[in-house]
Design a protein around this ligand. Structure first.
Ligand code: ZN
Length: 80
């Protein structure tokens, strides 16, 4: 499991504020966030993304050998 790159992605603590005022959906995969999801802010473009997408992007940024949990990750996600 990849560690999310915290230089690029900030874990949002104020989840309720985001869900109520900003967005309910990941801006990469358009998954609807649930109360249990961790939401990350992409510092590069200020989009809110789910943990899976943050993981995929981290993998690309770090050029990591570790695989993200999502098998379809590499094909679906384009970096920024
Ligand atoms: Zn996503």
């Amino acid at each position: 499991m990849i560690q999310i790159n915290s230089e690029f992605f900030i874990l949002e603590n104020n989840k309720n504020k985001i869900l109520n005022n900003i967005t309910k959906y990941c801006s990469k995969c358009y998954k609807e966030f649930s109360q249990n999801d961790e939401i990350f802010l992409n510092k590069n473009n200020y989009e809110y993304i789910c943990k899976d997408c943050a993981c995929c992007l981290t993998q690309e940024i770090d050029n990591s050998e570790d695989e993200c949990d999502l098998s379809e990750c590499k094909n679906e996600v384009t970096l920024f």
